[in-house]
Ligand binder design. Structure first.
Ligand code: THU
Length: 161
């Protein structure tokens, strides 16, 4: 038996004001998207914004459904749109903001497992990392330099051969 240790590094900013200007702008787009989320069942609104290597910014939000599993998270709404409209462009950075409609959310909210897997697919496809910045509705922002820091041991295309 041998032990394998997995290590990830995350960076914590005290507020959006500490972020580089381009990421602040991206987070603003994520906040705007969050406010347009369709989340009548959970009242938990999530906004995502991503920037491509051509400078295009794409945003998305969670879309819920009376048949709960038919809904989709904000991250996948945005990334699938990017993948369908700009199949040849790389995704450089993603900004995420999430929180309840009832109160302010101070805790940075990371993407769910299914969204991590979806984002991982695009890192593999484009052969370069995607920076991910996530926050609640206010307060601290966490940066991960690559999706692989949030999801080690991804299931990827290499296992399908
Ligand atoms: N949600 C997201 O949009 N992204 C995540 O990463 C986690 C959860 C949404 C799904 C659902 O509409 C609501 O948040 C509550 O789970």
């Amino acid at each position: 038996m041998k032990e394998i240790k997995l290590e990830s590094t995350l960076y914590v900013y005290d507020s959006v004001d500490e972020l580089p200007e381009d990421v602040q702008a991206l987070m603003t787009r994520a906040h705007e998207a969050r406010l347009k989320a369709y989340a009548p069942y959970s009242n938990f609104l999530v906004g995502a914004a991503l920037i491509l290597d051509n400078g295009e910014i794409i945003s998305g939000n969670n879309q819920e459904n009376a048949s709960y599993p038919s809904g989709l998270c904000a991250e996948r709404t945005a990334i699938y749109y990017a993948g369908s409209k700009y199949p040849d462009n790389k995704i450089m950075k993603m900004a995420l903001t999430a929180g309840s409609t009832q109160s302010q959310t101070l805790t940075p909210i990371p993407p769910c497992g299914a969204c991590r897997q979806a984002i991982a697919e695009y890192e593999v496809k484009q052969e370069s990392p995607i920076e991910i910045y996530f926050m609640g509705t206010t307060g601290k922002v966490v940066k991960s330099s690559s999706l692989s820091d949030l999801l080690p041991l991804i299931f990827d295309r290499s296992f399908l051969t």
